[in-house]
Design a protein. Sequence first.
Length: 374
Amino acid sequence: MKKAYLDNASTTQLRPEVVQEMTKILSEDYGNPSSTHSFGRHAKSILELSRKSIAKQLNASAQEIIFTSCGTEANNWILRSAVKDLKVKRIITSKIEHHAVLYTVQSLQQEFDIQVDYVAVKPNGEIDITDLVNLLSQETKTLVSLMHVNNEIGTVLDLEKVGRICEQHYALFHSDTVQSIGKTEIDLQIIPVDFIVASAHKFHGPKGVGFAFIKKNSGLQPIFHGGEQEKGLRPGTESVHQIAGMAKALELSYANLKQERNDILGLKNYLVSQLVFEFPAFKINGSQDGFYTILNVILPFEEEKAVMILFHLDMKGIAVSRGSACQSGSVKGSHVLAEMLSNENLKKPSLRISFSHYNTKEDIDLLINGLKGM
């Protein structure tokens, strides 16, 4: 049976070059990077070259890149330390953020009694910038946390514009960039942001490794202790093979970005044209010109089919999702769509289809045929 993997917003296939890089290091470069002998020094060299490579892709300095296990850890660390150590008294975020941000903010609100304000979300899933400016008029030490590309609907935040607004109001700016790093250009010399985060498995690297960009002299402190690794900010022996794999994946993603973006956009447009032809009553959730790797749609099926649609497609070898993989075991619906859709549309089946350069038109045809068989 032919299969179609169209769930790249949840995780991506490893590039062969990344597997090769990691396999070599696992078998040959097994020293502890904190050791002073030659094995350790060699591992340390791989670590720092990886840090420099990642920093170069984002136009940051190497000392601003701190390795973590994933974007969720990095989000938790940044938000918690901002409140605990930087004395932030207020967080402005939105109700369509990833739960790695939403749940962390809720926890901090309970623990530290900070003020939390949620910026308005437009019907198309975009952040209301006018409302953000109004919220920032209060003179309280504030951190703004808004994601760059929404992981469920693909709406895009203008990072530079929001960064300038935060600067003008002396607010710190944190952005969850997990869905955008490796898939669009990010120049940290131009974008005024204090903190961003990444997970390698979102850009064809390994699972279990990520990084945070921490602007120089931020004052952030570690949230756990036990060693001097990562400039004392993230203790624990670094996973050298995963970090090197991540650096390789990011390098290749940006080297091939223009071509792969064009190819993926062509596939997305092809899918939309097929949906228009086969299911003319379908609707796109979010902006019509959302991020090129994500398409979230409402299908004109009966309510009872909404429950079985993922199972039905999976039986045909087609992988898609209804939202974030991190909440796929939840019986609750999408908190993102709940902010945007009417109760009537929420009952209809919504699908998130997410693409990579490994996808083909044949994958799209398989999906369309699978939906026609519902």
